[in-house]
Design a protein around this ligand. Structure first.
Ligand SMILES: [Zn+2]
Length: 196
C-alpha cells in the first residue's frame, strides 16, 4: 500500500515504481528514503523473543519452552522439532544473526535488546552517498526534494528515458526547444531552465 501510494498517489492502483523498494528502505545518507523495511523489522521482532528466551525472562511461555525443549542448552542450538510452529520459528531465528556476520553471543548475552537496534544491524552498513546533504538537510518543499531525489537517481520521466521504453515522442526539450531532453540537459545545460 505504501509503495502504491508513493508512486500513484492512492493505495489501490498499481503503477510503475521508479526506484526499487529495497533502495527506498535504505537510510537517507546511503541514498534511500529511510522507509522501515517491515520484512527486516519482523525478523528483528522475532529475534527479540529469542533474546527473551536466552535471557530466561520470567514469563510463563519462556519457562515452558525452557522446560520442554531447551533443557539447559542455548536456545539457538536447539532444533526444536517437537515444538509448535511458532516456537520453532523463534528458536530457529538465530540464523539471521549469523547470516549478518554477527556473533550470536554478542546479541544474546547483551543486557538489552531493541528491535530498532537489531533492525539496523540486520540491514547492514552501506557506503554513504556524496550527495546526502542535498536531500537530508534541505529546507525546500518536500515535493521539490523528491524530484531532486529522482533526478539524482536519474529516474525522472525525461524524453530520452521514455524513448528507451518504446514511447516515441518528440525528444526535444520542451523548455528551450533546442536540445534533447535528458537529465543532464534539464538541470545543467538548458538555457531556459537556467534563466528560471
Ligand atoms: Zn532545454
Amino acid at each position: 500500500m505504501c509503495k502504491r501510494f508513493l508512486w500513484k498517489g492512492d493505495a489501490q492502483s498499481k503503477g510503475k515504481a521508479l526506484i526499487a523498494w529495497d533502495t527506498l528502505c535504505w537510510h537517507n545518507v546511503v541514498g534511500g528514503l529511510n522507509i522501515t523495511d517491515v520484512y527486516i523489522w519482523n525478523k528483528a521482532a522475532i529475534l527479540k523473543h529469542l533474546w527473551n528466551l536466552a535471557q530466561k525472562k520470567d514469563k510463563l511461555w519462556i519457562v515452558r519452552v525452557h522446560t520442554y525443549y531447551i533443557k539447559g542448552r542455548r536456545p539457538w542450538e536447539v532444533a526444536g522439532q517437537q515444538a509448535s510452529w511458532m516456537v520453532r520459528k523463534i528458536i530457529q531465528a538465530g540464523h539471521w544473526i549469523s547470516e549478518a556476520g554477527i556473533p550470536m553471543t554478542e546479541i544474546m548475552d547483551a543486557d538489552d535488546f531493541t528491535i530498532k537496534g537489531m533492525h539496523k544491524k540486520l540491514r547492514g552498513d552501506f557506503i554513504k552517498v556524496p550527495w546526502r546533504r542535498l536531500t537530508c538537510i534541505n529546507q525546500g518543499n518536500s515535493k521539490w526534494i523528491f524530484i531532486l531525489y529522482l533526478t539524482i537517481h536519474r529516474r525522472l520521466y525525461t524524453m530520452d528515458r521514455l524513448d528507451k521504453w518504446g514511447i516515441h515522442t518528440d525528444q526535444v526539450c520542451a523548455l528551450c526547444k533546442q536540445e534533447l531532453e535528458t537529465h543532464q540537459h534539464l538541470f545543467f545545460s538548458c538555457t531556459m531552465a537556467a534563466r528560471i
